[in-house]
Design a protein around this ligand. Structure first.
Ligand SMILES: C[S@@+](CC[C@H](N)C(=O)[O-])C[C@H]1O[C@@H](n2cnc3c(N)ncnc32)[C@H](O)[C@@H]1O
Length: 361
């Protein structure tokens, strides 16, 4: 894509018409994505994947939803080329290949999970107008279902690859977790990654801190349900956090860039590690330079999430609002500035959006 500014003198009619066509496609795509999010939340894709070509009444019965609404939703899916339609017997069908991208435990990852972010952006429009006009921020409580969406998102990007791809980035950590060490997850949200580790490594002790009480309540309910005794979650504002030489291993999954002061948090985490400890930090892998992000996967989505969520929640905490695309270079600079002995970064094939930093004390 060319970012150079084109200031030709003559109005180019064809260029305008092509752009209008492209905008039309965007309108269709945007509307479809909101409907994909709805289909995901109502589990319609999961039901469709289990069904042979079926009429809207059968689909309504199987999903337990209103036939009239199901039929209208199916029409969106048909004209968008997601669901096949046979006009002769009025049946609808989701092929196995498309189900592999849109259902729970989908073979290729459930892209419908990410559609929820777009849907949430729309719900935030009024708040955004206020933020743009006043320069003020938002709080996490302003975002309906944020922690549910984030937990599903990180369920795919973090939990699914945790033991096979992510922990192996830290030399020797799996053996140490087997033996028994103290682990903190900073900004844990609903805590799915930490819960998975606590189940897998019964000799280690795990603590998750997060600002949001609703996310912590959800995580603690999971602790009870899974009858785990080596993990606890606590509601805690990490602004100014430091517990000197308390942890062997600290993780944060997509939880630094939208803090009030990311450098302050990283400094505090570094000081809270014992000698020989490691900080594993996942964050968004885009560049700090806009021009480097033109081909970065999902960059428009990420900048939009930044505009409507990550920037205003940081500003809402009195922070700088570095944004989702603060850049891996910024993250690396902050880690080095915190004084870690070594800082390495990695990219993982299953997760093109993120960068993984392994920093040793
Ligand atoms: C993008 S979410 C990631 C949540 C979780 N790590 C995951 O992967 O699902 C960022 C998290 O940081 C938490 N957070 C933001 N500011 C915080 C603060 N000042 N203290 C503690 N947690 C904070 C939010 O509540 C939110 O759960």
């Amino acid at each position: 894509m060319n970012v150079a500014i084109d200031q030709t003198e003559d109005f180019d009619q064809t260029k305008a018409e092509n752009f209008a066509e492209r905008l039309g496609e965007m309108l269709n795509t945007g509307a479809t994505v909101v409907m994909i999010s709805l289909g995901h939340k109502l589990k319609i894709f999961d039901h469709l994947a289990d069904m042979p070509p079926s009429g809207s009444e059968q689909i309504a019965e199987k999903t337990g939803l209103s036939e009239r609404y199901i039929r209208e939703w199916l029409a969106v899916m048909v004209v968008s080329g997601i669901v096949a339609y046979n006009p002769e017997d009025k049946t609808y069908y989701l092929c196995a290949e498309y189900a592999a991208c849109l259902t729970t435990d989908a073979e290729l990852g459930n892209m419908a999970v990410f559609a929820q972010h777009t849907s949430l952006l729309g719900q935030m429009e009024e708040s955004m107008i206020r933020c743009f006009k006043t320069g003020e921020g938002t709080s996490y409580g302003d975002y309906p279902c944020f922690h549910q969406i984030m937990a599903e998102d990180s369920g795919q990007t973090v939990v699914a690859g945790l033991f096979e791809h992510i922990l192996p980035l830290v030399p020797g950590i799996q053996a140490r977790l087997e033996q028994g060490i103290d682990v903190l997850d900073a900004g844990c949200g609903r805590g799915a990654a930490l819960l998975a580790m606590a189940e897998h490594y019964p000799n280690s002790r795990f603590v998750g801190y997060d600002l949001c009480a609703d996310a912590i309540d959800f995580a603690n309910a999971q602790v009870k349900e899974r009858k785990l005794t080596n993990i606890r979650f606590e509601q805690r504002d990490l602004t100014g956090y430091m517990e000197a030489e308390r942890w062997d291993f600290i993780t944060s999954f997509d939880a630094v860039h939208d803090q009030k002061d990311p450098q302050d948090l990283i400094d505090g985490l570094k000081m809270s590690l014992k000698s020989g400890g490691t900080y594993l930090m996942q964050d968004i892998g885009g560049s700090a330079k806009l021009e480097n992000n033109l081909d970065f996967p999902f960059s428009a989505l990420l900048y939009a999430v930044s505009c409507a969520h990550c920037t205003p929640v940081s500003i809402g905490q009195g922070g700088k609002g570095l944004g989702t695309m603060w850049g891996w270079e910024t993250a690396e600079t902050m880690l080095l500035r915190a004084g870690f002995r070594s800082v390495e970064h990695h990219r993982l094939e299953h997760d093109p959006m993120n960068v993984w930093f392994v920093s040793q004390v």
